[in-house]
Write a protein that binds this ligand. Sequence first.
Ligand SMILES: *Cc1c(COP(=O)(O)O)cnc(C)c1O
Length: 360
Amino acid sequence: MSQITPQPGILDIDLYVGGKSTLSGRDDVLKLSSNENPLGAPASATNALTEAATGVHLYPSTDHAGLRAAIGDVWNLDPERVICGVGSDEVLQFVTQAFSGPGDEILYPEHGFSMYPILAKMAGATPVIAPETDRIVDVDAMLAAVTKQTRVVLLANPANPTGTMISESDLARLADGLPEYVILVIDGAYTEYADGYDGGAALARTRPNVLMTRTFSKIYGLGGLRIGWGYGPKDLIDVMTRIRQPFNLSVVQLAAAEAAVRDTQWVKDCAALNADQRARLVGALRQLGVFCDDPHGNFVLARFADSSEADNAEAALNADGILVRRVAGYGFPEALRITVGDADQTGRVIDVLRQWRSGT
Ligand SMILES: *Cc1c(COP(=O)(O)O)cnc(C)c1O
């Protein structure tokens, strides 16, 4: 590239690979590869975005006051400590970019979300991985991996792609064990699916170095619209706001998100459906001799005997028009990550796998 040199880390970035969305020769694909909501988006949100479309000639609010107030009301949080982004990915980028750079380390667990190394390298920082124990985040191993260079710890709870989670007391132990110069980011993309869990809100409310991120992409069914938010200590949020573009969220995004967050019945209904179908899918998989840890999100990590068995199971699902996520890149060549669908969709997955297992 001649005399022009990109910033450190950028050329080391492997481009993000999302879940597949098409199967050649089929237009009736059932996409269970990206943890999307089988019910789509709530009507409250799609109505709000249609209405907002009449105002797209006007610039959006720069302070997101309406959306932050709605988030504050619904989740009982101080809106002054909320920041909104283009998906939670952008909120994570605010943290990594604002608080780390070349020479610094960003720490995450072994099977951490594949955006984490990308975010570390975007900031010029060095990604560091701490081992898990049986696919569960190991707080002691995380603490042991902290160095003087560590600036940010990224942790999804529930985790993707394992679906496992650690208890609130383990999260608190991690927060308490970190040096004061390290920020703990609790990525709560799947919070609403984990019964009785606050996503790390209480920790982010009370600790000076804990941030929580949340998304509209999963239970709110708005992945295509790109909206997320973060909550944490006011001084950290203020720093992040300085590198947030003033018009990062459009009028349409803001309107849809505000309506969605106030639609608390939607979240309850979707969480209940997911819990039922998730239990059903796990039960069926285990009956077929496929290994699964207890899942806490809207997906199941189905572990087969080896990668060729996973290949075969995936081929059987694909032959029925069902797309699932290969997770070899996460260190699980023998596994498929299957999003939990509605009752019909889950039934279809179970039927295909039963037939595949019985060789018919
Ligand atoms: C899906 C997901 C997100 C959400 O990303 P958005 O940018 O909000 O769409 C964040 N973290 C994890 C671990 C996820 O699986």
